[in-house]
Each structure stands twice: as C-alpha cells, then as structure tokens.
Design a protein around this ligand. Sequence first.
Ligand code: GDP
Ligand code: CA
Length: 326
Amino acid sequence: MRIVVPAGGIGGARFLRGLKAALGTDAPASEEQTTNPSITVIGNTGDDITLFGLRICPDLDTVMYTLGGGIDEDRGWGRKDESFTVKEELAAYGMKPTWFGLGDRDTATHIVRAQMIAARFPLSAVTEALCDRWQPGVRLLPMTDDQVETHVVVEEEGRTRAIHFQEWWIKHRAELPARQFVSVGAESAKPAPGVLDAIAQADAVILPPSNPVVSVGSVFQVPGIREAMAEKTVVGVSPIIGGAPVRGMADACLSAIGVETDAGAVAEHLGADLLDGWLVDEADAGTEVEGVEVRSRPLYMSDPDSTEALARAAVDLAVELSEARA
Ligand code: GDP
Ligand code: CA
C-alpha cells in the first residue's frame, strides 16, 4: 500500500511513527518492503526561516529526527541530549533574534544544509542527504524547492504589519491577534520533484493531526498539490478534540481565518471535495460533515500503541472508502 502524508511538525511526526508501525514498515527492510508498503511525506516548508545565515526547516527536521530516533521526546522538537552553547555565544555577540532555540547538535544539521544550499543543491536533495544519516523509514520530500514562507498579518498597538510565522509563533506565542496568513512566494512555487508522482501513485492520502491552517494549509498553497490529492481517497485525522487543540496553538490560527475550533468545522474548512473520510475523537462522536464519512475513534497519541491504533483506523477507513469508490 502506498500512502502520501502532508505533514507539519510534532503532530504529523508522531502520527507517522504510528503509521509506520501500522503498515509494518518498522520491520527490518527486505527487498520487497522497501517498495511496498511505502509512505511518502510531503513536509511543510512554510515555517522555514533564515537565521544566523542558516536555512532552518523546523517541520522537515522534526519529522526526520522523530522517525530517525534523534528527537527530544519531551520538547517534541530539536535533538535529544542537546546543549545550547552556540546559542549563548551568539547572544553574547548581540546576535538577534534570541527567541529561536537552535541547539549545538542541531547546528551541525544546519551547517550541512547551509553548505549544500551554498553549493546550489535544491532543498529536496539536501533533505535526502540529511535523511541518509537518519533513515526515517519514509520518503521525506519538501512540499517545494522554492522559497515559500508563511507570514502573519498582525495588529499591534493599532499598527498593521506582517511578521514571519516563527516570530508570531515563538516570540509572541501566537498571542498577537492574527488577521491573515500569507504564504509568500506560493503562487509561483512548484511542487518539489517527486511530489506529484507520489500522489499520482498513492493508494490513499492521509492527513495527520497537523495544524490545518499553517502546516497542512501551507502545503495546499503550492499550486497543484491539493488538486492532485483531491483525485485520491483522502482520510484526515482531526487535530481538534472537544473544541480544543491537543497541544500547540492551532485555535489561534483557526480563529484568525474565521474557522471555529471544532472537529467538524475543520473538516468543512479542508473541504468535502478533498476529504472522503474524517476521524474525530470519541468526545466528538456525532459530528456530521456533509459529503464526508465521519467516524469516531480515540484520537490521543498518548503512547506507541494508541498512536498505531489511530493510524490503523485511518488506513482501514481509507481502504474501505477506496473499495467503495472502485
Ligand atoms: P507543529 O508544526 O509543531 O505545529 O505540529 P503540527 O503542524 O503537526 O501540528 C500540531 C497539531 O497536532 C496541533 O493542532 C495539535 O492539536 C495536534 N495534536 C497534537 N497531539 C495530538 C494528539 O495526540 N491527537 C490529535 N488528534 N491531535 C494532536
Ligand atoms: Ca510547524
């Protein structure tokens, strides 16, 4: 079975760990298993930012580290056994910003990336090279090799201005009222090599519980990706349970675009032309979305077993709905 997953950072990466287990791609790779079943991840690069001369790709790295066993499990981002000496030294030079946490081990990843970018390798090639070390067990593709950055239009002391998503998310903790999200550069961006082929060859697309506005939403801003996915059987997992995000500040993103923080409202926002199936938590049982098959299942990824069960439920629903389409 070939599955494509557009993913953000933490929620996407944790779900992917369960999906690998559910599909049995966790087992030692045999000749056959490397091709079937397979998972292609289309990573959000809208969160990417250049700081200290380094191109930083938070969501790609979170997926890579999480699936490759290098993640700090408690924080959910960055390397485990991390130290922050480089960060302190940069601050001592007065380098700004000071709000971004780039650890020492993580810095090595960024030096590799910076060097390859300076040698004019596209981001997809850089990502592949980094994954050679981490062996995430999925094919990890950036949504695009072009520069697309999510900016947030905010209002502060009566002034309207646009800031980078990372500044809004990390420095302001999403507390500055957001008026709009703009994917700068998206109109002219092309899907990265392999993205449209992977979608065309997929048996199903599964939307993990990633931020529907700034993670999955950014992937959909790259022309052609959402359209290609809409041709497929698409099953999504709600990131909203009982009217609240499980972690993070997705509610601030949803209210900025006028969508209620509610499992059904998020499905409607994603669109019945895209979604065939939608998994909501048992707390949201009874949710109805016109044109979408809604099922309730436990959606908390509290441990490996519950995460695998959730991923299996998404796969099962996708199989059932594709058989119904055939
Ligand atoms: P980010 O890039 O780090 O923000 O991570 P994502 O884009 O993947 O988004 C995180 C989203 O996943 C948030 O909206 C959370 O509500 C959701 N999430 C996190 N943990 C869980 C969980 O255990 N279950 C479900 N259903 N959603 C979760
Ligand atoms: Ca993210």
